[in-house]
Design a protein around this ligand. Structure first.
Ligand code: SF4
Length: 368
């Protein structure tokens, strides 16, 4: 921090990222600075994606020095980047305690979509997902969630935010709403990161209280349901969460979700060869979603040697899609990007988080 005398160790300072404008106003006032400094700070943190207090050139030097002495920005470190032949980037982010989480930047025509993580690992344990296979480590903070996008903006996209943000990386966002909701507010605030709420999608395996809370918050973001089976028997076998939140209640909550005009709920359907990909499954799916404003993303499973599934044939996937089209559903086949770098759907944290955790577990506790 070039504006300060030697900065205290990171842990002894507060973290600015994740604070909303009222909170920044409080800390600015408590230090005796005028309230307009808080708005300037908010703008630099989120709109300009500043990485260092010295960049905040319209903020008085004494205030910047005070900030640097008392607060860290709280950005993540980029621990690695892998680039696919299709232009997709998988980014490994290192959290302050050394845990690695992963995110993906996908190039689509002339814009970027960023897939962000909301938890380090995941406790939902979906049988087809390597994040679930690796288990749960901890919740991510609002600062950690937001920093993924600010880093993408600064490091990979010439100062422009990715156009679409999808909470489909590691973790179940609805089990971390205390941190995800403040992040959504900052992301969609025109004075903050200024990403249109209609371009933000929060995905869930079907946590009903989370869906209901998000509906009450009136954030106007999209939701996506990771459905993957048309009935309880099948869904129970691949998504343990279904036992607590069965499919009937889930679809009822979706029918009650307050959708803006022309919005639809997205249903993700990972197609597992020989398991959920028959025309009988398509028929049950069509009956389940009848009359619900929705679109269905069919995702042929991306193989991982540790998991006992296979990818369905292209013919099977096409027939499934055609069946839904014939019944007037919007159904797209999503061929995942970044397959060659382990960045495709269900492949995140394929061992990276686990290896990081192993390293941490081997370290003496005092070093953490
Ligand atoms: S699919 Fe989503 S909810 Fe299920 S284990 Fe993976 S990250 Fe968790």
């Amino acid at each position: 921090m070039s504006d300060s005398a030697p900065a205290p160790a990171l842990e002894s300072r507060g973290v600015l990222l994740g604070m909303d404008l009222p909170r920044l106003t409080e800390i600015v006032a408590s230090a005796g600075y005028p309230a307009f400094r808080a708005r300037q700070l908010y703008h630099w943190l989120y709109n300009r994606a500043a990485f260092d207090f010295s960049e905040m050139h319209n903020i008085a030097r004494d205030f910047r020095t005070w900030l640097a002495g008392n607060y860290a920005m709280g950005h993540l470190e980029i621990a690695g980047v892998r680039e696919s032949t299709d232009g997709t980037r998988k980014i490994l982010f290192r959290l302050s305690d050394g845990i690695i989480v992963e995110g993906v930047l996908m190039r689509e025509r002339n814009w970027l979509t960023q897939c962000v993580s909301s938890q380090a690992g995941c406790a939902a344990g979906c049988a087809f997902c390597t994040t679930g296979y690796d288990g749960f480590h901890r919740q991510m903070t609002t600062a950690e969630i937001i920093s993924q996008i600010l880093l993408a903006k600064r490091v990979f996209n010439d100062g422009f935010c990715p156009r679409n943000i999808v909470f489909m990386g590691m973790g179940e966002p609805m089990l971390n709403l205390d941190n995800v909701i403040p992040a959504l507010r900052i992301l969609s605030d025109p004075d903050g990161m200024a990403i249109a709420a209609r371009r933000i999608t929060v995905s869930t395996a079907g946590i009903l209280p989370g869906i209901e809370r998000l509906a009450r918050e009136n954030l106007n973001v999209n939701i996506a349901i990771s459905l993957n089976a048309p009935d309880n028997d099948l869904r129970n076998r691949i998504m343990p969460i279904n036992k607590a939140h069965p499919i009937g209640s889930l679809i009822s909550a979706c029918r009650e979700y307050p959708l803006r005009r022309r919005r639809r709920i997205t249903f993700e359907y990972v197609m597992l060869g020989g398991f959920n990909d028959s025309l009988e499954h398509a028929r049950k799916l069509a009956a389940l979603l009848l009359g619900l404003p929705c679109k269905i993303n069919l995702i042929p499973w991306n193989p991982d040697g540790r998991l006992p599934f296979r990818r369905p044939s292209d013919d099977t996937v096409n027939q499934f899609q055609q069946f839904l089209h014939d019944r007037h559903f919007i159904a797209s086949i999503r061929y995942s990007k970044g397959l060659d770098i382990g960045a495709a759907c269900g492949q995140l944290a394929g061992g990276a988080a686990a290896r990081a955790r192993e390293r941490l577990d081997k370290e003496p506790r005092g070093r953490r």
